[in-house]
Design a protein around this ligand. Structure first.
Ligand code: ACM
Length: 488
């Protein structure tokens, strides 16, 4: 039954009894007490279901009746902030949640219970579902190659239907500065003016950025912006001579080496820059997190690195946000509450993993992005044209078959805030390349983040194969990876 084919798998599902035929007379009902947000969720779902079914599916805010019903129930037990219940019988499908976010996720499940196209019957039964981890993210690097807001929105749509709730944007790097900062305009205007390979690059205005944040929020996706510091900053150094210790701006950079640039840690002007940039970014960010990078600062001496990160973290706190940083911060002094994003792999030194475990023990939540599991820019295998292989090849099975709750030695599941799949774009320049590398592996991320721990590759790969028609119908340029038994 379709209950057994859902991606990500729900916490519990039981098919039983006759179902509900969604047809020309079907109405989507919120009930008269629904607030504006529930009405908006209903309209969004209606639009999605109209697109695939071809049915009119009007949204009705009046009395109860047959149809697709959205209900907030503040007392619904066990559903948490994002969970939901879905009940299907002959009179209708009822979606119940404590929050509008839960109703949104319920609606995405409902989409998968209906045919890829045309009207159909939602099989009878009940789903009770809630996520395993609170943070389920994907990262897009728009610095190495520039991607537009419209491309990011398309990725948000693709991700949100699988209950991914965080889009981390890598906004700055050696090769480009992609977000307008009013107090330092040359960052975007000049520092954003190229990319890997020497193309024209580009940047996002604040209005376009706000538009994306609002678009994502309507789909219950939180945007986490990253300004990578104190390394990965050549685009900033090239834009402002005063940020350099010697007062001389370097050329812009269009290669793919890492670790050669550093902010000038001893200069007060550097901290005015950090405060201005993070302040403007905080003002653009309704979510709680600001990511300050902190990886691969190979040109910053260790003591300088720790001193810089102390001050950068204090700036984030002063602007009312919580720090996220790559796990190298564990070897410096993570501020109280700072979230560490682990991006090591099987060959990462035990001492480095131990430093991360110690930070977790000290109360720092972890987001797990093992490079040899969840880096979407790693090649699938030797035949993959795009991508890198420094962490090894990552076939779909490898991306799926591991457990975030027991992955790092001495890190209990309770220390794991969630999982994230980054897509670095040194070799990725087009929407087709992005989708080829992300799909289907980002679905592993979605299931690792949402579904209960029990995992079976045989069953999952079968579900994934059956799902291909939905990816095709959405025009997603996914990779028919050889380890998945795709149907013809
Ligand atoms: C990273 O891949 N440098 C976080």
């Amino acid at each position: 039954t379709p209950y057994e084919r859902l991606l990500p798998a729900p916490a519990s599902a039981r098919a039983e009894g006759p179902g509900y035929p969604v047809g020309a007379a079907t109405v989507i009902r919120t009930g008269p007490a629904a607030g504006a947000e529930v009405r908006r969720v209903a309209e969004l779902l209606a639009g999605q279901l109209r697109g695939t079914s071809g049915l009119p599916l009007p949204v009705d805010h009046g009395r109860a009746g047959d149809g697709i019903r959205l209900r907030i129930d503040a007392r619904a037990g066990g559903l948490g902030e994002e969970g939901y219940r879905l009940d299907s019988g002959p009179r209708g499908v009822t979606l119940t949640a404590r929050t509008p976010a839960g109703l949104f996720h319920a609606g995405q499940t409902l989409r998968q219970l209906l045919p890829v196209s045309g009207p159909g019957t939602v099989p009878g039964g009940r789903i009770t579902d809630a996520p395993r981890f609170a943070y389920r993210g994907a990262m897009l690097d728009i610095a190495r190659h520039f991607f537009t807001v419209d491309q990011a929105k398309r990725y948000v749509d693709q991700l949100a239907q699988y209950k991914v709730n965080t889009l981390h944007l890598h906004l700055t790097d050696d090769q480009g500065w992609r977000i307008a900062i009013d107090s330092w305009p040359r960052l975007a205007e000049y520092g954003g003016g190229t990319e890997v390979g020497g193309g024209p690059g580009g940047h996002w205005t604040k209005d376009r950025y706000r538009d994306l944040v609002a678009y994502a929020a309507e789909r219950y996706v939180d945007v986490v912006p990253e300004i990578d510091m104190p390394g990965h900053v050549n685009a900033a150094l090239a834009s402002y001579p005063e940020l350099n210790c010697d007062g001389k701006a370097p050329e812009r950079y269009t290669g793919t080496k890492v670790g050669f640039s550093s902010l000038c840690v001893g200069k007060e002007r550097t901290y005015e820059f950090v405060d201005d940039v993070l302040g403007e970014l905080a003002a653009l960010t309704p979510g709680r997190y600001l990511h300050i990078g902190g990886d691969e600062a190979h040109s910053t001496p260790a003591a300088d690195y720790a001193a810089f990160m102390d001050r950068a973290q204090a700036v984030v706190a002063r602007h009312g946000k919580t720090v996220v940083a790559w796990h190298q911060l564990a070897s410096a002094r993570p501020a109280p509450g700072a979230v560490l994003q682990y991006w090591g792999h099987d060959r990462t030194a035990a001492a480095e993993k131990a430093a991360v475990a110690a930070a977790a023990k000290a109360g720092h939540p972890l987001v797990l992005s093992p490079a040899d599991r969840l880096y979407l820019d790693m090649k699938y295998d030797t035949a993959t044209k795009q991508g890198l292989a420094w962490a090894g090849y990552v076939p779909v099975r490898r991306s799926y078959e591991w457990d975030p709750g027991s992955y790092l030695p001495d890190v209990p599941e309770t220390a794991v805030l969630g999982v994230e799949a980054p897509l670095w774009t040194e070799t990725i320049a087009t929407r087709a390349d992005l989708e080829f590398m992300a799909f289907p592996r980002v679905l592993s991320l979605a299931e690792l983040g949402w579904s209960p721990a029990a995992r079976d590759w045989g069953a999952y790969s079968g579900r994934l194969a059956a799902h291909a028609a939905r990816l095709d119908a959405q025009g997603i340029a996914f990779h028919r990876a050889p380890d998945v038994p795709w149907e013809e």
